[in-house]
Design a protein around this ligand. Sequence first.
Ligand code: SF4
Length: 408
Amino acid sequence: MFVTSESHEGGSDVGGTSVEQALEAALTGRPLSNSDGYALMAAPPYALHEMCAVARRLRLRCKGSTVTYSRKVFIPLTTLCRDSCGYCTFVKSPGDVGARTLNPDEVLDIARAGEKAGCKEALFSLGERPELRHELARAHLRSLGYTTMLEYLREMCALVLRETTLVPHVNPGTLTSAEIFALRPVSPSMGMMLENVSTRLTEPGGAHYGCPDKDPNLRLNTLRMAGELCVPFTTGILIGIGETRAERVDSLLALRRIHSDYGHIQEVIVQNFRAKEGTRMEGCYEPDVDEMIRTLAVARLLLGGEMNIQTPPNLTPLEYGRYLTAGINDWGGISPVTPDHINPEAAWPKIRELKVVSASEGYTLRERLSVYPRYLRDPEHWLETSFRESLPSRVDNHGLVGEPEMVI
Ligand code: SF4
């Protein structure tokens, strides 16, 4: 039985901080404490309005009225994985229809279709180290001439870079320092969701039971190593997978700590769990829009106005515009070509619709690259030599894509 976030309200350590005090502190720029975060996350529903207003003020100071997205194609390099998360429909077991690894021609076909549709980003998503668990993954790799999926990933990124104008952004999960170092020349930014710091989720009955790569310490280490190697990195939390609200605060603060050491976390995603048929968690509670707004506002208040905070619009198709009221400033990757292979039931909105919804809340939609503007402004520090001229030359003086959009 999964524990839902409903059964663990707020933090145990609210510790005397009131919501009002926490909001005042946020406005003065003082970094909020754990106690502030727990108080905000446990705030009564009537306080949400004020929390969102302060979150929007922080956002406005640093981001103005722009909300961004990245036009991408989604390349599902392999659907095999050594983990088996309780909510995942992307992963396939050997023998399942759809258990496969794309060959180089298929990778290139997807990338070229994206290039034709004006995409800039090639998002490589894949299961974690499948060859350590599945003979089928080893067989796929042998037939392609590789030993590990990460070696193959590197070569496929190099292929896309050579043959198209797309810029790879890889999402291969936990990585060692040497692996990040090897991927950096072919993928100027990388991503991995932290999801949550709670080790309870890896226990029997938890969302991450049987998932060696979902050990929070391993994931935090990957984030730190990416920081040491100066890789602009996307991460985030997944809410509604059995964590408590307090554990969401702990997770956001863990990200803030790492970012304050290295400055490389370019974006924090707050993603809502969706219960999918055929998964271990198909009967579990899904966070509603108010729960998402609460968490997004707390994320903005804890992380400050400078952080880019993203939530995927396709996971709340009818009401995603409301998330702008909680201080987010990015919609993530949107593809005019490929489905969201992680959430195949949830179609991405048309970019034209995203523009209209953003405008209805007072925001201007702009396209960005997979590397955020701040990192493009200091290429010597953040980018490999091969990207130092090519990426900044593709953006305007705000670090955003300057050419007229092909709105779909
Ligand atoms: S969510 Fe990622 S790590 Fe978990 S089973 Fe799916 S592909 Fe593997």
